[in-house]
Write a protein that binds this ligand. Structure first.
Ligand code: ZN
Length: 160
């Protein structure tokens, strides 16, 4: 695949740089119901996601800490701003839409993804797709738990 300068510019859009430098919802969540530790050994990204559910199992609170490349941190930050306060159905819909956004060649960024559409540039960089998906894999894992701790890694066989 031939990469052009424009591809890199698309990858590191202002909104991504802004979120990686000043991540939103970054910090501890003392009364979290579920904590998920995600890691992407290929890049060295780590994320600790903490969530709290509302009465209908929606995402009442979501926060993260961690470190890694600009893409992984920006993806986590953008994700938390988008998913906080959302119902379970909305979260699952967003998960699918985001996965399509960063993996599908001919997907035209649905409007509902908002600022997350800035992440579409990663589709040209397979290693960066893992970085972008890491926080989303963590939230997917969090939805499967009702309480406790879990881990998720990009090197697991189920990770595609
Ligand atoms: Zn990374």
């Amino acid at each position: 695949m031939n990469l052009e300068l424009g591809d890199l510019e698309e990858l590191y859009q202002d909104v991504i740089l802004d979120h990686s430098r000043r991540p939103r919802n970054f910090g501890e969540l003392s009364d979290a119901a579920v904590r998920v530790h995600g890691d992407n050994p290929a890049c060295g990204d780590e994320i600790h996601l903490a969530v709290k559910f509302d009465g209908n199992r929606g995402l009442e609170e979501i926060k993260f800490t961690g470190h890694g490349c600009a893409i992984s941190q920006a993806s986590a930050s953008l994700m938390t701003t988008k998913l906080k306060g959302k119902s379970r159905d909305e979260v699952e819909e967003m998960l699918g839409a985001f996965h399509d956004l960063v993996t599908s060649e001919n997907n035209d960024a649905p409007k509902k993804l908002g600022d997350l559409r800035a992440m579409r540039g990663v589709r040209k960089f397979p290693q960066r797709v893992k970085c972008a998906m890491l926080p989303w894999r963590a939230v997917e894992q969090a939805l499967r738990q009702t309480e406790g701790e879990a881990t998720v890694s990009t090197e697991e066989p189920e990770f595609a």
